[in-house]
Design a protein around this ligand. Structure first.
Ligand code: ADP
Length: 386
């Protein structure tokens, strides 16, 4: 052991209650004990041995994170020992203790599965730093394994959620539409009393239909968010005309527009844009749906898409409830919703604008909001490169 004055740095075990276990295998029990002393003072649980016959039994009796193995303990290049140790405790990491003169042997041990070596004589802090470093590597390995598992299950999770949520909703809303249409046709042939009953039923069906649609939109929104967060959003770009995307979106949300008697006007440049149609449609759908959600009945929305000197500019403008200045940036944060108990019907997860921001940024564009304040309408603008 190197003679040096030192204050042994106690390992910070406050973060986890777990004390790590270290096995010291040295050629002489005196050395094993003095190394063990340093480690226990450093906050580890230590077992020591200098007897080859004991090693296997100790390893079978308890789990250790780290073993310190003295090269001199082996007498010869007994590389097999590492294999034996690893076989009994595959997660245990071995640090070789070696004098400078046989450092090459230690390097051979690295090839056989040891993780690190320390050159004798070493000081207490050097030893503790080495054990600490190995424990950090163990921790990283555990994290890496769980990240890999997570990655594998992400794909499965997305398709399961998508299937489990979308399929029943599609079946329910499809069936309701069919029932609704049949009832309407049958109604013509029925007497007055029966018609009243049917009228009430229609109202209920309409509620179920509206709520199911709303739930479908929320689920679609949630799935887009999960896809983006998991890095699964494919952004293959093609040349397309924005007018087609806007038309599709308006067609999809026509019932929403009609229900609130919103007047939508548009001014769309016919130029071709290089972008990912599927994701840009999500952005436009979110922006226009928000404008409808946050605008009173008979409100007005204008959608425009124009080419400016070096970029395309898309603007959705409404004359709705507006946004306070201090919220203009925050509304693009994940899960941020302005608390407005007045707008009760406008349900959502507060993720729509976060999705839009991510998609536009993935296109190297910019997105922002403008409003002159509460009650003064809002403008959402995004730009795309030419
Ligand atoms: P959600 O609509 O689900 O709450 P978003 O991320 O789409 O989530 O929007 C975040 C918040 O931004 C909304 O809760 C709302 O307060 C505000 N907001 C979005 N669009 C508008 C708009 N056109 N007019 C006024 N407020 C809006």
């Amino acid at each position: 052991m190197k003679k040096e004055k030192h204050n042994i740095k106690k390992k910070d075990i406050s973060k986890s209650d777990k004390k790590h276990k270290v096995l010291v295998i040295a050629s002489e029990i005196k050395n094993a004990k003095s190394i063990g002393k340093i480690l226990s003072e450093g906050g580890y649980i230590v077992e020591t041995t200098s007897k080859p016959m004991e090693v296997v039994n100790i390893l079978k009796s308890a789990d250790f994170e780290v073993a310190l193995l003295d090269v001199e303990f082996l007498n010869s290049k007994d590389f097999l020992l590492i294999e034996v140790v690893k076989k009994i405790q595959p997660k245990l990491e071995v640090i070789i203790m070696t004098p400078q003169s046989v450092v090459n042997t230690a390097i051979e041990f690295l090839k056989k599965g040891a993780i690190e070596y320390v050159v004798k004589p070493f000081g207490a802090n050097e030893l503790l730093a080495s054990v600490e470093k190995v424990l950090q590597i163990i921790e990283l390995k555990v994290q890496l394994i769980s990240l890999k598992d997570l990655d594998k299950s992400k794909d499965e999770f997305i398709s399961t959620v998508s299937h489990e949520l979308k399929t029943p909703l599609t079946a329910i809303s499809g069936s309701i539409e069919v029932i609704f249409e049949r009832e309407r046709a049958e109604n013509e042939k029925r007497n007055e009393q029966r018609r009243q009953i049917d009228k009430d039923m229609h109202k209920l069906f309409a509620i179920i239909g509206r709520q199911t649609k709303k739930m479908k939109e929320l689920v679609a929104n949630l799935l887009d968010f999960v896809k983006i967060e998991a890095g699964f959003m494919q952004l293959k770009k093609t040349k397309l005309q924005m007018i087609n995307i806007v038309k599709e979106v308006i067609q999809e949300i026509k019932p929403l527009i009609d229900a609130k008697k919103i007047e939508i006007t548009s001014n769309i440049d016919s130029d071709y844009v290089n972008c990912n149609g599927e994701s840009i449609k999500i952005v436009i759908l979110n922006l226009i749906t928000n404008s409808i959600k946050y605008t009173k009945e008979n409100g007005k929305i204008n959608v425009s898409f124009t080419k400016q000197c070096n970029r395309f500019k898309f603007v959705v403008e409404d004359n709705g409830i507006g946004i306070e200045k201090q919220n203009l940036d925050r509304i693009f944060d994940k899960f941020y919703r302005i608390d407005r108990s007045l707008v009760r019907e406008a349900g959502g997860f507060g993720i729509g604008l976060a999705i839009c921001k991510k998609i536009i940024e993935l296109h190297n564009g910019k997105i922002w909001a403008k409003s002159s304040g509460l009650g003064k309408g809002s403008k959402f603008i995004f730009t795309l490169q030419l």
